[in-house]
Design a protein around this ligand. Sequence first.
Ligand SMILES: NC(=O)c1ccc[n+]([C@@H]2O[C@H](COP(=O)([O-])OP(=O)(O)OC[C@H]3O[C@@H](n4cnc5c(N)ncnc54)[C@H](O)[C@@H]3O)[C@@H](O)[C@H]2O)c1
Ligand SMILES: O=c1ccn([C@@H]2O[C@H](COP(=O)(O)OP(=O)(O)O[C@H]3O[C@H](CO)[C@H](O)[C@H](O)[C@H]3O)[C@@H](O)[C@H]2O)c(=O)[nH]1
Length: 326
Amino acid sequence: MTILVTGGAGYIGAHVVLALLDAGEDVVVLDDLSTGDRASLPGSARLVVGDVGDRDLVGRVLDEAGIAEIVHLAAKVIVPVSVVDPLGYYEANTGKTRALLEVAVAAGVSRLVFSSTAAVYGVPDTHLVSEDHVPAPINPYGRSKLMSEWMIADAARAHGLSFVILRYFNVAGADPHGRAGQSTPDATHLVKVACQTALGQRPHLAIYGNDFGTPDGTGIRDYVHVSDLADAHRAALGHLREGGESLVLNAGYGHGVSVREVIDSVRRVSGVDIPVMSAPRRAGDPDALIADASRLRQRFAWSPRHDDLDQIIAQALSWERRLMGS
Ligand SMILES: NC(=O)c1ccc[n+]([C@@H]2O[C@H](COP(=O)([O-])OP(=O)(O)OC[C@H]3O[C@@H](n4cnc5c(N)ncnc54)[C@H](O)[C@@H]3O)[C@@H](O)[C@H]2O)c1
Ligand SMILES: O=c1ccn([C@@H]2O[C@H](COP(=O)(O)OP(=O)(O)O[C@H]3O[C@H](CO)[C@H](O)[C@H](O)[C@H]3O)[C@@H](O)[C@H]2O)c(=O)[nH]1
């Protein structure tokens, strides 16, 4: 059985591919390399370079490889860019997901795992967010993903597809064996930026807001190690193969840390007293965003192996060092 992984040359996709290959699965990656990198893929992964919205190409790949399962990660992922280019984001994330679904349904694909995001919750009125919280995204990126979720659920009901939608919280870290990591040069994610600052690639780290309603005033997030997240995709496919019902699941650990705690960890692990400065809050940043992660743990045999902030930081740092050396 061959699994199609769209966006498999990206940060999270490469870790999903590794998790699947490590489990002995056969994988084909479809990626247009717009932000992904061929070098993030191990030699044993087949790569088709192309657009997930290209119906002819996707149809051919599904047919030739006899694919019954898709893990769909390909997307545009930068929230502020989605605000200035909403139509580009709706096309890339919603339009192309629709195109993929159309071809998948016609080809008889039976199982789909989809990358969604905690951004579908917008600014929730509770810190611990369960899947039953009414989604209310506040930017085009989050809306483009929520619309995709709805399309997937509707198409699944009509066409006998089964699915798991994973709403990722804050993804961080790198493969513990050093095989993959976050390589996007202009990434804005806190862990990546803090590690780059520790290694002298950035002059300082800006703390966006220190007057949030949290114990130290800085924003709290649920940082999930990318390899644990990748394992959740493997578990999702296992669940669907056993005939399990379609599910929407938060993917986080269920506890959070503040920006200051992340900075303290980077200082502790790197031994560098990274320079920080205070900056205004970013628009739409909630005080705290933590997954109610009980459903993921209950429904799958998912036992995270890397739920440790210092470990996440150590592996992110070691990936940054590797990028600097290459
Ligand atoms: N990084 C996070 O914290 C986070 C959080 C929540 C959800 N997500 C979701 O996870 C998924 C992966 O994100 P990432 O952080 O790895 O980003 P990324 O940019 O590293 O990966 C996206 C991959 O998709 C590819 N791609 C984009 N458009 C494509 C297209 N039309 N056809 C084929 N390939 C295409 C890119 O080349 C890249 O390899 C996305 O769906 C994103 O929305 C990420
Ligand atoms: O240089 C920085 C970067 C971030 N932060 C703070 O660090 C926290 C985390 O910010 P990130 O930019 O790393 O992540 P977000 O929580 O903003 O968003 C990420 O996780 C979301 C889900 O929780 C969405 O999926 C989104 O796409 C993804 O970027 C926030 O409090 C933010 O204000 C800083 O103080 N300085």
